[in-house]
Design a protein around this ligand. Structure first.
Ligand SMILES: C[S@@+](CC[C@H](N)C(=O)[O-])C[C@H]1O[C@@H](n2cnc3c(N)ncnc32)[C@H](O)[C@@H]1O
Length: 350
């Protein structure tokens, strides 16, 4: 499998192009760096096999970590091209490695409203974090969890190994259908006692989520008992959902609704800090990031709440060097951040 970004098809912009104005959204395609093993100029949908290494001290056989383990003879042959455009045949290791594989159907490029059909680097960083918690603690065992902007559903499916219930949520029928296909593709990975629901949660829609106008046969709408179970969620996760100011506003409105009620919830949010040239600032700025930070008070920087503002979200930026890379075939880089975010309810918000 290949971890290097392939050359962009002529119609695709660089990943930085994800920050676009609304009116351009329909016209231009964007491409994530994560498109392992697919032939160049292939636009998808494509099924990639993401492999995750297991730590040597994890007794995965017969335990809760009983994942699908590939030996040499089972390793999948991925088609990839080297820098000269020749077919690169993957080398086989002499010894079997302890690893498991998640099959993800995803697109190679998409328009901005359909970026959820692609896999983004922040999802792999968040996957590493979730796996690390699962390998080193029991914190996520038996919990109710919700992923926002789940896209292909990778992170939530990993969580379903130990959680009691996972809600994979996103917006738009094509993205939800693709996510549901991935749950189906990986059904062997998800223990039968875990409940995994693919549900529509549009941050811009009124609360609580209502029955939407999907054709019959689509089941992405919530029922009352699921909404009650959502109140009992203790964990929220989200990867690469910070890239447009209006979406960030909508996301934090949804987070406030979720985190100000029911059981106390903690959010782990992985984001890619994207820099764009701003004509207004005549400088290169991380616009989406600034908007994100306007909502989150950094606990470690003893950030003061500005007068008149009630920044109830309290964040801690996590040290990624302490989180091993279990997901193979990607380069983590320096521009992805992982935040732990809590919500101080009114009585706690000093
Ligand atoms: C860059 S993608 C990230 C997808 C996935 N988490 C990943 O990292 O691979 C952003 C996600 O946010 C979702 N999204 C955008 N607007 C949304 C909205 N109004 N409500 C819910 N989800 C939304 C997109 O559909 C998409 O899945």
């Amino acid at each position: 499998m290949k971890s290097q970004p392939s050359p962009a098809p002529e119609t695709a912009s660089s990943p930085a192009g994800i920050h676009k104005e609304e009116e351009e959204e329909e016209e231009e395609d964007v491409m994530s760096e994560i498109h392992i093993g697919c032939p160049s100029k292939f636009t998808g949908p494509f099924i990639s096999h993401f492999s995750f290494s297991l730590p040597h001290d994890v007794d995965y056989l017969g335990s809760k970590y009983e994942y699908q383990v590939l030996d040499d003879s089972q390793q999948r042959q991925e088609v990839s091209l080297d820098d000269d455009g020749d077919l690169a045949v993957p080398r086989r290791n002499k010894r079997s490695e302890n690893k498991f594989v998640v099959a993800i159907q995803h697109n190679i490029t998409s328009s901005i409203p359909k970026v959820g059909l692609q896999v983004w680097r922040a999802a792999l960083v968040l996957s590493d974090f979730v796996l690390h918690k699962m390998f080193t603690s029991t914190e996520f065992d038996g919990i109710v969890a919700l992923e926002l902007g789940a896209g292909t559903g990778l992170v939530g499916m990993l969580l379903a190994r130990v959680a009691k219930t996972v809600f994979l949520t996103d917006h738009g029928v094509e993205i939800l259908e693709n996510c549901a296909s991935n749950v189906h593709l990986n059904s062997a990975l998800i223990p039968s006692k875990a409940s995994v629901y693919v549900r529509e949660l549009d941050w811009k829609a009124p609360w609580p989520p209502q029955q939407s106008n999907y054709p019959s046969g689509h089941s992405y709408v919530w029922n009352l008992s699921e909404l009650e179970e959502l109140e009992r969620a203790s964990l929220l996760v989200a990867a690469d959902v910070i890239y447009s100011d209006d979406l960030t506003d909508a996301l934090f409105t949804t987070l406030e609704r979720l985190m100000s009620r029911g059981l106390n919830k903690v959010l782990y949010l992985a984001l890619e800090k994207r820099y764009n040239f701003s004509v207004d600032d005549l400088d290169v700025v991380a616009n989406g990031y600034s908007r994100f930070r306007s909502y989150v008070r950094d606990e470690n920087e003893h950030d003061k709440i500005p007068n008149g503002s009630s920044r109830a979200f309290i964040g801690t930026r996590m040290d990624l060097t302490k989180i091993p890379q279990y997901a193979n075939e990607y380069i983590r880089g320096q521009d992805v951040e992982l935040w732990q975010i809590k919500y101080a309810r009114e009585e706690e918000n000093l």
